[in-house]
Design a protein around this ligand. Sequence first.
Ligand SMILES: [Zn+2]
Length: 280
Amino acid sequence: MIALVFGILGLIVGSFLNVVILRHRARMLGGRSACMSCGRTLRWYDLVPVFSWVALGGRCRICRASISVQYPLVEGMTGILFAFVGVALVPLFVNHGMATLFLLLDYLAIASLLIAIAAYDLRHTIIPDEWVYSCAFLALVSQFSLVPLQADPLSILIAGPLVAMPLYLLWFVSKGTWMGFGDVKLALGMGWLLGIQNGLLALFLAFIIGGIVSMPLLFFSSGAWRTIVAKFIPYHLWLTSGKGFTMKSEVPFGPFLIMSTIGVWFAVLSSIQLNFFFFL
Ligand SMILES: [Zn+2]
């Protein structure tokens, strides 16, 4: 029941996040949603999170232009995250009341920001400063609202910079070609959200996931692959198929960082009811 209520809340917040991601630095937030292709104003039944997209087969009802899979993905992911946070924290209300409410809202905001950052980074390979700094700040606040504190205040404070340090060095050494500075700021929030140990664990996992996903992308963008393919597919078809990646195609690291952060965060939240708030 808790999962259902929070899941639905997450779907609604997710569809709002889609609007924010789409219109950030592009248009004002106001105005009704319209099809990007034909400009037709969408009806309420076109805007039901996830379900409308699935029912319409990912196409506009009027002009049949395809609608980005980003919409249902962002909505679905937000729904899942909200359900998870709700299930982990709501049972604590019985004993801890207001403190739990504060942490719950803080966590829901962090979850929303993580999703928005991942989607925006995928679209534009850049992370908006105000989102990533808000995320880091809320993460730090969450650590100090856990009762009892999970570590001494000093280790809580240095967790962020410490987890960000490896990425900062990579960014510094490569002069920003291996790693964007946005990823460094993101890792700051990871450290504050998860603590030193789990933060470094999530960082490590991000490199593994990133490696597994990027390797085929890099391979298919290599000259060797293109020579092989050219033997079988006429080159002009290959170029127009739009399936090829060029060497320049930049794989953003932010989504991998966020994926691993969410994984580790979930693992911690699952065990949170056992040890957290234990001494109150
Ligand atoms: Zn349309």
